[in-house]
Design a protein around this ligand. Structure first.
Ligand SMILES: NC(=O)c1ccc[n+]([C@@H]2O[C@H](COP(=O)([O-])OP(=O)(O)OC[C@H]3O[C@@H](n4cnc5c(N)ncnc54)[C@H](OP(=O)(O)O)[C@@H]3O)[C@@H](O)[C@H]2O)c1
Length: 330
């Protein structure tokens, strides 16, 4: 029995590392179809608050169910270590759905297929984290336990603060009605998705607290899941709000990570068609770059004027010389 449990734990641990790369790659091309990326064709849907309760619930019930079977069940350090995880998921499973419930009339349905995948992941992850903390972790008596715990806890609490604050801002905007808006203030001045940044920081803190492959695997998976989604949200904001969207905002990592090419272009030309184009632009860093792209903006929005700062989203495109030359943009 013990051997069976050990194999199950090791295969589960291996799985969390193996599912990260395919998740990252598939989300780069195919967005999880809920919220801003909601689209038909993903089967039946349920109300978002119900989806969140159901899909996140294993993190509570499975953790509580497994914990008493661990050899460290009666060790207060194990209980203390497990509590930030339970605290986060109590919020996500019980409080967050209540917070979004007030907006549910203006929110599209949540695809059952996505909820089932999230449910499966939460089963795997709750098993791994609960079993590690309650049974397999072996250094509770080591001198560094409290250092790792409190060091990680500071990071975890900081991340959770950013995450819940950012979710609060977004839910506040949603409650105002009138569709999606540009969120502003605090971390939103740095990144498009501070709720995801906060979530990643939280699980970084957890990885430090547990000092384990299980915790680190969860952190990697969270990045694989949330970074491409943050990039897609960032792109979505740029496309929807165009020049009204703050130019220096990154997708998810402040100052560092930007998924969309954007330039401040002094335009001294008039563009007349939605077409291939070539131009020399001055980037934010002041360097001159020659680029070729497929213009996505409607023509009317492209004004001429030498000093106008303009942000263009471009899709790299193979240059077709005659057409570009006809446009004569340099
Ligand atoms: N650990 C993980 O792997 C993981 C995975 C997924 C999510 N999460 C966490 O779960 C929470 C929710 O995730 P999510 O993907 O649903 O976040 P989200 O897409 O940012 O949406 C959060 C809420 O705010 C609304 N909203 C978003 N942007 C808005 C805007 N510009 N104007 C007005 N309302 C806006 C959304 O409405 P709509 O629903 O109508 O868009 C939704 O109700 C986050 O804290 C996230 O970190 C964690």
């Amino acid at each position: 029995m013990a051997l069976l449990d050990q194999s199950l734990f090791h295969y589960s641990l291996l799985s969390i590392y193996l599912i990260g790369p395919p998740t990252f790659i598939s989300l780069k091309f195919l967005q999880a179809p809920y919220g801003k990326h909601h689209r038909p064709g993903w089967g039946p849907t349920i109300s978002p608050p119900l989806a969140w309760i159901l899909m996140e619930s294993p993190t509570l019930w499975l953790t509580l169910l497994l914990f008493p079977y661990g050899q460290h069940f009666t060790n207060p350090k194990a209980l203390i270590l497990m509590s930030p995880f339970l605290f986060h998921y109590f919020h996500r499973t019980c409080i967050y759905p209540l917070r979004i419930y007030r907006n549910s009339k203006t929110t599209g349905g949540f695809p059952v297929s996505v909820a089932v995948m999230a449910f499966g992941f939460n089963l795997l992850n709750a098993y791994l984290q609960a079993r590690w903390v309650s049974h397999y972790k072996s250094d509770y008596d080591g001198g560094l336990f409290w250092w790792k715990f409190f060091g990680g806890l500071v990071v975890f609490v900081w991340g959770m603060r950013i995450n819940t604050w950012a979710d609060g801002v977004l839910l506040g905007l949603k409650r105002e009605g009138g569709g999606y808006k540009v969120p502003r203030g605090g971390w939103f001045e740095l990144v498009s998705c501070p709720n995801y940044s906060g979530e990643i920081v939280e699980w970084l803190g957890w990885a430090v607290m547990t000092w384990s492959w299980a915790g680190f695997g969860f952190l990697l998976y969270t990045c694989a899941n949330l970074v491409p989604r943050a990039c897609a949200n960032h792109k979505w904001y740029l496309e929807k709000f165009r020049e009204d969207y703050p130019k220096n905002r990154k997708a998810v990592i402040p100052f560092l990570f930007k998924n969309q090419m954007q330039s401040n272009i002094p335009l001294d030309c008039v563009l007349t068609a939605q077409s291939l184009f070539r131009f020399v632009c001055t980037t934010e860093k002041g360097t001159q770059e020659s680029m070729t792209g497929l213009l996505q903006s409607p023509t009317e929005e492209l004004l001429h004027g030498t000093d106008k700062e303009f942000s263009i989203n471009m899709m790299p495109h193979k240059m077709m010389s005659s057409e570009n030359d006809n446009l004569g943009i340099q």
